[in-house]
Design a protein around this ligand. Sequence first.
Ligand SMILES: Cc1cc2nc3c(=O)[nH]c(=O)nc-3n(C[C@H](O)[C@H](O)[C@H](O)COP(=O)(O)OP(=O)(O)OC[C@H]3O[C@@H](n4cnc5c(N)ncnc54)[C@H](O)[C@@H]3O)c2cc1C
Length: 407
Amino acid sequence: MNDQCVLIAGGGPVGLICAYALGRAGVPVVVFDENDELQEDPRAATTHPATLELLDQIDVVDEVAARGLTARTFQFWDRPTGELVAEFDHDLLRDDTKFPYVVQCEQFKLCEIIKSRVDQLAGCDYHFSHRVTAVRTESDRVIVTVDTPDGPAEHAGRYLIGCDGGRSLVRKQAGIKFDGFTWPERFLVLSTQFDFEANRGMCYRNYVADPDEWCNCFKVAGDGPPGIWRTVYPVDPEAPEDELLADAFTQQKLQAFFPIDEPYDIIHRNLYNVHQRVAATFRKGRVLLAGDAAHVNNSIGGMGLNGGIQDAINLAEKLARVWHGEADESALDLYDLQRRTYAVEFVQQQTIQNKKRLETKDPETRRQSMDELRATAEDPKRAREFLLGSSMIAAMRRAGKMQLAAK
Ligand SMILES: Cc1cc2nc3c(=O)[nH]c(=O)nc-3n(C[C@H](O)[C@H](O)[C@H](O)COP(=O)(O)OP(=O)(O)OC[C@H]3O[C@@H](n4cnc5c(N)ncnc54)[C@H](O)[C@@H]3O)c2cc1C
């Protein structure tokens, strides 16, 4: 069995970026994905400045921007009063980053872009309809069992990266815990072509706070103009799924937030369970974790895939140096240190805080929170600090400077 490659379980956005970044660095990779084609996944869209900088490093940022929408601003609204509380403009970061804006590009488009690059790279093999079912490690290699259309097969590699999503089999087989919690409510995502900018004065990214039921409202490019608006709501965990996705409920949800005289044209409707969890380690010997396999969080603030892309680029850079004999394996511990600290101390805290800000029930806490947002947005110095956080720049750069303690 040839083991002169890095194996990647899961060829979603994070697995693809790992493969592409490693392949470009001259490391042979083999990717296994259980699906028979790329999924038209309506999940992630927001790509933050910190991540755009990394996509620039691998020369894909222009293509991602061309297929998405550029959004310079985002807004906070208060539902009970209908007030636009605060607007933040990324242009305040023009001296901090080459990308003072976010790009709203659906994750399936990112996958298509990277997959076409991967297909052109020698030494980069991507296999659809290959489900990894077991992992075992030997002293100098990792062996995976894979269900293929021709039956089970074994493949060996020097390392294995688990990019196989929140339910990661690789993480489970490596015996790595995934502690954290699951929110009681589910998130309902409803997409429509109704124009919230023209009719409601919203920008391309909006957060609506409400003590009973908050909402997020975003624009994505879809198949081109006029684009698609996605709205997100918390819904009752006990209610049956078919009821939550039925016309009666979905129409009522949209009409309650944004009343119009006719029924909404609802293009997509999806329900998600929402978790906050981080793997106990991102490295166990020759097994590494990246993306949702390593960390999951609620989608308010759009940080999940951004964190995964950042993992992929960080890991690929270190693993390539190990592969070429330019670094020892402690570089992989450094990956764990930098990216796990970032996930625990930044992404988890930030996304939990983002959710609490929108759902807080206590009137006094709500008032303080809205006042704080308003005052922050009105003061350019404070607004820049806020944006360095929301755009993931400050924390990613801070984590990138961490070093292992001397032994
Ligand atoms: C409603 C919603 C909105 C979101 N919005 C944003 C956003 O705006 N910005 C953002 O940054 N993030 C966002 N996220 C999070 C984002 O979607 C995830 O973080 C992202 O999909 C993680 O990518 P991944 O490649 O790690 O995992 P996945 O996308 O889950 O991909 C895993 C892949 O592995 C494959 N696989 C699984 N098991 C196996 C196996 N055993 N063998 C072989 N293949 C396997 C799967 O088929 C899949 O292709 C959102 C999430 C939701 C639910």
